[in-house]
Design a protein around this ligand. Structure first.
Ligand code: PGA
Length: 248
């Protein structure tokens, strides 16, 4: 039985003060339940969020990182730096990073490997555009993204990765994939993992759905056999985020 994992992607919202305030308020409401809970906060708010979640089961994640250990990469943050702070998870390959910051499948693969080397758990995002869905190539596209992202990653490491299936057309749009669409894609993702690593690893790996998850649609989405929780954007910084975590 896979434990659900529900992660909030705060995106570029909440500086240290607001992050601390929100985390102090939300943590007791989402702590110690049936699901793993992660707050993925902006870099500058990591310390405040870590401090606010101290002594609880709520984990803190970053939203990005560089793949190199150190060096002349102005403005970047390395996996080791995140690890040193006490960060547990890192979102990799979010569609906004792919669209606005030129992240390719190859970069996503390098970042996933670097995160694992440093003991960070990647939340690795894949998903199709509306155009790709309309062309009927959703599954092919997602299969390619997963295959490249996992290239060169051992089975032992692979099962530490959380995959977030996020159709781009559903992100921040208020349009949610139907439970059936989400399940179909998540099942396809699990199938690729089975082809790469065998069924036992595929049965263990956790696959989230992301894209306009709300307190009202979470229960139906998370009830699907291949959906192990969600990556939640807009609704993760709302006062009723706990309703998504405690969806049952
Ligand atoms: P959304 O974002 O829930 O606001 O659609 C999801 C995401 O970008 O991870």
């Amino acid at each position: 039985m896979r434990k659900k994992i529900i992660a909030g992607n705060w995106k570029m919202n909440k500086g240290p003060d607001a992050a601390r305030e929100f985390a102090v308020e939300m943590t007791p409401k989402v702590d110690g339940g049936a699901a793993d809970v992660v707050f993925c906060v902006p870099y500058v708010s990591l310390l405040a969020a870590l401090d606010a979640a101290k002594g609880t089961f709520v984990a803190i994640g970053a939203q990005n990182m560089h793949f190199e250990d150190a060096g002349a990469y102005t403005g970047e943050v390395s996996p080791g730096m995140l690890k040193e702070l006490g960060v547990k998870y890192v979102i990799i390959g979010h569609s906004e990073r792919r669209a606005y910051f030129g992240e390719t499948d190859d970069i996503v693969n390098k970042k996933a490997k670097a995160a694992l080397v440093h003991g960070l758990m990647p939340i690795l995002c894949v998903g199709e555009s509306l155009e790709q869905r309309n062309l009927g190539i959703t599954i092919e596209h997602v299969r390619i993204q997963v295959k490249i992202a996992f290239d060169g990653i051992s089975a032992v490491d692979a099962e530490k990765i959380v995959i977030a299936y996020e159709p781009i057309w559903a992100i921040g749009t208020g349009v949610t994939a139907t439970a059936q669409q989400a399940e179909e894609a998540c099942a396809a993702v699990r199938q690729v993992v089975a082809e790469l690593y065998g069924q036992p690893i595929a049965d263990k790996i956790r696959i989230q759905y992301g894209g306009s998850v709300t307190a009202d649609n979470a229960a139906e989405l998370f009830a699907q056999p291949n959906i192990d929780g969600g990556l939640v954007g807009g609704a993760s910084i709302k006062a009723d985020f706990d309703r998504i975590v405690n969806y049952q």
